[in-house]
Design a protein around this ligand. Structure first.
Ligand code: PEP
Ligand code: MG
Length: 755
């Protein structure tokens, strides 16, 4: 039996597509078990139905057409019970639901097992036989085993959204998973962006006039460089200098010594300009795509885009004129940052790409522009969706096509609610974050992009609790110089003065790689990241601190924060280097005070060293994103385990309480700057714990403020004591939502969880 099982699994895994995999599964299981029918019903979550997806023995024409509700028939029963149902005579079971289209009349014996994946029922595998008989235990065990082994194939197809696409189900809703690139929801018409010039279509030809071809290339380059400069100019309106650095990267690639030099070399070898361009671009794209570093892989998109632009000029054709609907969802394999800047900003409701990741330049720009974005939706049928209405769910990272009226209405509500809520909240801008009984808390913002400044100030932020300095490092192709950094930091400091700006020293490594500083590690989150890396490279650390200090001259609102601290030695070494940098800049005549230095508590070890750390530094700030990941041993970016990632886990809550107590016993202020601080329900719990300040994304600030202003401390302390006594994180999260909804904060807490 084991051999048969192994063979079936292997065959199914090798099937060219999901449709053939399902057919094979049904055939092979029927043969192996010697039954007359084997059918596979898969759950379509949008429709809340089990659809017959493959069958050996039932009528072919029923496949893809016949379905059962999730509580309908024996199939629904297997799904609900999440266990096998083995019946001698299905017809006599009260739940039996006769499906005339399948021709199942003659089959009496029924055995159905659920297809489970990660605790979820994906479908039901059924075998049927004419004779009324109970399947024996070994047959039941075989079906259960095969179903478990094949569930991964089905789960994969489910996740990629291709399952129901391949059926004749044109009008059924389809949900395509990707990654959140920029949060928010949008509804609009899909507009497929495709390059008019297809580099891969360029044939090889010999150059008849080599210098003529080089001249053609030079002319094209002049025009493309100008095109990029024009785009950069237009981008100035909506992007800050560090995002605009992307355009410098493009211009550098177009430098005569860079990519073009290689093209010229090819032309000199006898290729015509277009062919030479294709060869060079292909080689670079291939090299970038082979790289392990996800950030470097993104560069392939940039080179591809530049190649298309140069080709476009070489071919001297006009660009395709695209008609932009009022609310459009831009779709493309990769959409580069400059491509995005070319589009009329007011018409862009959302963005979707099939390639790319959160690290792509485009995603960075989309976040700066506040456009809901989903990236890496690998199986999105782009061509089919051009001109169709789509929903972009940037909260969860999914794209929905053919949404049912109900689902669409749900998203319309989310969008309207978001707008409405924000409009209503704006009047709170200058009000204090103070409970009904007069307890105040400082609300600050997390920043990284220049555009965050405006939004933060508009929302009345009381300074910056976390400025992620790695962002300006990530959008460049080399380390920014001290002066470049000084200018960027100065903007932040002066925009928020006299409020404090907490600048975190470079926190790269882990999931934040730098293209120009590749790190090869098996386990990057437990590796060389944050302070570990910068202490090994004091030259990088000191330049950064010097830039910060110089930027704070005359303002003195700088606070320096150290990421990923695990030992007191790291904090001491970093403090020593900061002091050295301060002495240096003072000697150079910069009149700046020594800034307060604090540490982030984001590693379990630092929770238990909170007192020792608090004795050495001026403030603590808890990074709950990493703290949750490390306490629960759950990768914060891994979708497989995302259900386990829960900042309301009792271990996280008790750790947080411990940190506040230790810091306060040492008389030091302590804040939270992870996502937990920006979620109204957890923010209130943090306030009850005694945190002095909370720092969050600008878009959440007014929500949290509104929540704070509608509660009192007696209520919050009671709520805190209740949740601290609970032992289940999921129960805690729902209990918080429920209690806050009961006191009228439903709108604020429900918002963060779109359907
Ligand atoms: C955190 O870990 O909670 C944090 C604020 O830092 P980052 O999300 O940048 O790692
Ligand atoms: Mg962190």
């Amino acid at each position: 039996m084991l051999d048969t099982l192994r063979r079936i699994v292997q065959e199914v895994n090798n099937a060219p597509d999901i449709r053939s995999a399902l057919d094979l599964m049904a055939q092979r299981v029927r043969d192996a078990m010697g039954t007359e029918v084997c059918s596979i019903y898969l759950r379509d979550n949008n429709e809340e139905r089990y659809m017959l997806m493959a069958s050996e023995g039932l009528k072919r024409e029923a496949v893809g057409r016949v379905s059962l509700g999730t509580s309908e028939g024996l199939v629904g029963q297997v799904g609900q019970r999440e266990e096998p149902i083995n019946l001698e005579d299905a017809f006599s079971h009260p739940k039996f639901h006769y499906l005339a289209e399948t021709g199942e009349d003659p089959f009496h014996a029924f055995l159905g097992v659920p297809v489970m994946h990660h605790g979820e029922v994906l479908g039901v595998l059924v075998v049927q036989q004419r004779d009324a008989r109970r399947f024996d235990q070994s047959e039941e065990a075989f079906l259960v085993t095969i179903s478990a082994q094949l569930s991964a194939v089905i789960a994969h197809a489910h996740a990629s959204g291709v399952l129901f696409d391949q059926l004749d189900t044109k009008d059924l809703p389809s949900i395509h998973d990707g990654q959140p690139g920029s949060t928010g929801a949008a509804i609009g018409i899909g507009v497929l962006l495709f390059p008019e010039t297809d580099l891969s279509a360029v044939p090889d030809r010999d150059a008849t006039d080599i210098s003529g071809e080089i001249a053609l290339l030079d002319e094209a380059l002049v025009r493309v460089r100008q095109e990029i400069r024009d785009l950069a100019e237009r981008a100035k309106k909506s992007l800050g200098p560090e995002e605009q650095a992307l355009f410098d990267v493009y211009l550098r690639m177009l430098d005569r010594q860079a990519l073009p030099a290689e093209v010229v070399a090819r032309i000199r070898e006898g290729q015509w300009a277009q062919g030479a361009l294709r060869t060079v671009v292909d080689a670079h794209v291939h090299n970038f795509e082979m790289m392990d570093d996800p950030y470097l892989r993104e560069r392939a998109a940039d080179v591809r885009d530049l190649g298309r632009r140069v080709l476009g000029q070489l071919q001297s054709r006009n660009r395709r004129r695209i008609e932009f609907p009022k609310a459009c969802i831009l779709m493309g394999e990769d959409i580069s940052a400059p491509m995005l800047m070319e589009m009329p900003e007011e018409n862009i409701a959302g963005i979707v790409t099939t390639r790319g990741s959160r690290n792509s330049h485009m995603a960075i720009v989309a976040r700066a522009m506040g456009i809901p974005t989903v990236v890496g939706a690998q199986n999105l049928p782009l061509k089919k969706l051009d001109g169709k209405e789509l929903i972009v769910d940037g909260f969860r990272g999914r794209v929905i096509a053919n949404a049912s009226a109900e689902l669409k209405a749900q998203f319309e509500d989310i969008i309207a609610e978001e707008k409405h809520l924000l409009a209503g909240l704006e009047k709170l801008r200058d009000e204090p974050a103070e409970t009904e009984d007069g307890q105040r808390i400082t609300l600050q913002v997390n920043t990284g992009l220049m555009t965050d400044i405006v939004r933060s100030i508009e929302r009345g932020a009381e300074g910056v609790g976390l400025y992620r300095t790695e962002i300006p490092f990530m959008v460049r192709d080399r380390f920014p110089s001290e002066e470049e950094q000084r200018l960027i930091y100065r903007e932040q400091l002066s925009a928020f003065a006299p409020h404090g700006v907490t600048m975190r020293t470079l926190d790269v490594g882990g999931d934040k790689p730098l293209s120009y500083f590749p790190i090869e590690e098996d386990n990057p989150f437990l590796g060389w990241r944050g302070i570990r890396l910068t202490l090994d490279h004091p030259e990088i650390f000191i330049v950064q601190v010097r830039a910060m200090l110089k930027a704070a001259e005359g303002l003195n609102n700088l606070r320096i924060m150290l990421p990923m601290i695990t030992t007191v030695i790291e904090a001491e070494e970093a403090q020593h280097l900061i002091h050295r940098a301060w002495l240096e800049v003072r000697e150079e005549g910069v009149d700046v005070e020594m800034p307060p230095v604090g540490v982030m508590i984001e590693v379990p070890a630092s929770v238990y060293q909170a007192r020792a750390l608090a004795q050495r530094v001026e403030f603590l700030s808890v990074g709950t994103n990493d703290l949750t990941q490390y306490l629960l041993a759950v990768d914060r970016n891994n979708r497989q385990v995302s259900e386990l990632y829960n900042s309301c886990h009792p271990a996280v809550l008790h750790a947080l309480l411990h940190v506040v107590e230790q810091a306060h016993e040492e008389g030091k202020p302590v804040s939270v700057c992870g996502e937990m601080a920006g979620d109204p329900s957890t923010a209130l719990i943090l306030m009850a714990m005694g945190f002095d300040s909370l720092s969050m994304n600008a878009s959440n600030l007014l929500r949290v403020k509104a929540a704070v202003r509608q509660v009192n401390m007696t209520f919050l302390r009671r709520l805190l004591n209740e949740v601290l006594a609970m032992d289940n994180g999921e129960v805690i999260a729902s209990y918080l939502d429920l209690q806050l909804t009961k006191v009228g904060l439903g709108d604020l807490v429900r918002h963060r969880k779109p359907a």
